[in-house]
Design a protein around this ligand. Sequence first.
Ligand SMILES: *[C@@H]1O[C@H](CO)[C@@H](O)[C@H](O)[C@H]1NC(C)=O
Ligand SMILES: *[C@@H]1O[C@H](CO)[C@@H](O)[C@H](O)[C@H]1NC(C)=O
Length: 408
Amino acid sequence: MAPPQPVPPVFHHHYSHFRPPLSISQPLTLLLLLLHSPSSISSPPPHYQMGLSMVGMGGSVMLVLVAQLLMAGLVGVCEGQGLVPGVVIFGDSVVDVGNNNNRLTLVKANFPPYGRDFVDHAPTGRFCNGKLATDFTVENLGFTSYPPAYLSEQATGKNLLSGANFASGGAGYLDSTSTLYGAISLNQQLRNYKDYQSKVERIAGKANATALFAGSIYVVSAGASDYVQNYYINPVLNRAYTPDQFADLVLQNFNTFSEALYNLGARRIGVTSLPPLGCLPAVITLFGAGRNDCIARLNNDAIVFNKKLKAAGQALKRSHPKLKLVVFDIYNPLLDLIAHPENYGFFEARKACCGTGTIETSLLCNTRSPGTCANATGYVFWDSAHPTEAANQVLSDAILAQGIDLIS
Ligand SMILES: *[C@@H]1O[C@H](CO)[C@@H](O)[C@H](O)[C@H]1NC(C)=O
Ligand SMILES: *[C@@H]1O[C@H](CO)[C@@H](O)[C@H](O)[C@H]1NC(C)=O
């Protein structure tokens, strides 16, 4: 009889696909030094010149330098421990990578021209021409593959051991938002995550799984659909709640969701703020009364929500001392990009690339949409509700700078 086979070293096998992992303390000291020392930016060592010249966009130079350091693995390498072991993603179309592909919903992006600048020029279900901001973030953390859409065929075996993506286009913090669009509600996303946890425990063993769940970064991106695709067009909600009250209602659901996630073992949560809702091309077209400017009233609603979100995050941290939670401000970076596209090498911030650029998203953005731009690089928006890959890179730079607390 053959001798018993050794248990396959699942995690080791898994990590062999990764860049050299980094130890925690050294890179952070370095990161913090970089972030606080302008002189190290103005006179970079020759080694980093290439990375710097590639971007040359004001404040993001520093971040690129940080990212380059991380990617180059120049900061202390130690075996077996990554900067974080995994990334788990919840939310809406801003972070969905294909969970809606086989669903009965109109909120889909698994057809051209979506994905035309992505790997293999193939649509995946990402609402973008290329990479999402979270794709860049995952790369910045040292991963060489993206967490798979949990409802895709790729979500199996060792692919599950560095996280998974549960997001669904059209989802909101309110179940009613998700229901309206046939999206997977955040509550269902949490149930899918529980299912994921038991799979990982079976594959990697309970102890390894628990370490993965506690060490992973959890990204939550939602809220925009609750406003744009529900509150603003739903007279029942609109009459029942002032913007301030509506923000409170949405945040109640954020709190419940975050508590549940914490109870499932999450200890590093990054939640995105609302973007400047009043500057989304479709929103200007629908609610802008014929004008071509950002709508101040809607941007104000986002500001009100974001302020409350920040307070809610702080309260969650106070009641859970072991929880690291960061509210990523994407409002200001995106607003600055829209107000001063030329500062970032962009030239178009009102019209999106796809179709006329004023209204098309999802099914309306397809190969027969007339007017789609040939090169999306200079556009802030890919479709009328979602940024281009180029804009997502700018956003991920902002996220990287704000996320230091999550990896410390
Ligand atoms: C847990 O991870 C270690 C490596 O960190 C590995 O040697 C071990 O086989 C894993 N346990 C199981 C049950 O896969
Ligand atoms: C789009 O334009 C950018 C900058 O002008 C250029 O670097 C890039 O190669 C172009 N992409 C395509 C697909 O033509």
